[in-house]
Design a protein around this ligand. Sequence first.
Ligand SMILES: NC(=O)c1ccc[n+]([C@@H]2O[C@H](COP(=O)([O-])OP(=O)(O)OC[C@H]3O[C@@H](n4cnc5c(N)ncnc54)[C@H](OP(=O)(O)O)[C@@H]3O)[C@@H](O)[C@H]2O)c1
Length: 296
Amino acid sequence: MIGILGASGYIGQSFISELIRQNVSFREYSREKHNYYDLKSLIDIIHTDGLSILINCAGYTGKPNVDACERNKNACYQANVELVRVITTACALADVTLLHISSGCIYTGDNDGKGFTEEHEPNFHSRSERKGSFYSDTKTLAESIIHSAWEKSYIARLRIPFDGVDSPRNYLTKLQKYEKLLEAENSISHRGDFVEACIHLLKNKAEFGIYNIVNSGAILTSQVVELLKEANLLGSYEMISEEEFYKQVKADAPRSNCILDNSKLINSGFNMRTSQEALRSAIDELKQQKESPVKE
Ligand SMILES: NC(=O)c1ccc[n+]([C@@H]2O[C@H](COP(=O)([O-])OP(=O)(O)OC[C@H]3O[C@@H](n4cnc5c(N)ncnc54)[C@H](OP(=O)(O)O)[C@@H]3O)[C@@H](O)[C@H]2O)c1
């Protein structure tokens, strides 16, 4: 049986839809009903519900954006580091496979155009040359806790999620709302593709470890903007450079822009779409919804 922590969130909900679609049984947990910060309670949940896999989608991402993590460091640390310590310990004690959602934002840059593999050390945190955000610090720490404490773990790195469903968490919705758009090249993850890839790793008992789960091929903000414009989904906006972004936008947290290499995932047998393909299908869905909205 699969258990999902943080099931009410943007990524948790996508796991639920995909598991239902694949007819896989699961149990979902929320802080409201389950005290999964407490080690004993979490181990009790695992035993009572007969869990063999725990997917950790719980975390503090900062709302409306990552700047909130700089202002609420304690909450961010508790959810992204201390909770991960409890979850990892519970999984190790109960011999349960852990799949933890991490982030690509622990990197900055493109590794000379080659992208960062899972073997590269994170380079965007408080101890790196280019100082990262507090959020990226917590995600880096969580990875090292899991890596050192429980070998039956998958660390699934997500990067700039998007799909064809309007949501304040969807990258494509954000681009339509922001007045100033930062020109940068990034790897991105279609939310459904990401979740399918995670389930593929679990179902196929892929080698444990870290996986960069991004669509193939990095993309520039201006390329995404062109696709949105073609679909008549973009109004007025101003494209600005990274330098201008930090001058014009009051940002508490430095932003990561990075390219990840997804060959390890592809070599595990998962057929990942290109960023262009995934973007085009998501934008088509958004366009259809705009042209014929579902009546309540
Ligand atoms: N969205 C992104 O852009 C993005 C990008 C890269 C990586 N990630 C990672 O993906 C994971 C899921 O993110 P998401 O976008 O689904 O976030 P989300 O929509 O904010 O959902 C996170 C879930 O975590 C639980 N949660 C929130 N605050 C918590 C706290 N202080 N302590 C414990 N649990 C808390 C909540 O579940 P309950 O209230 O039901 O317990 C919530 O539903 C996170 O680890 C995040 O770092 C997200």
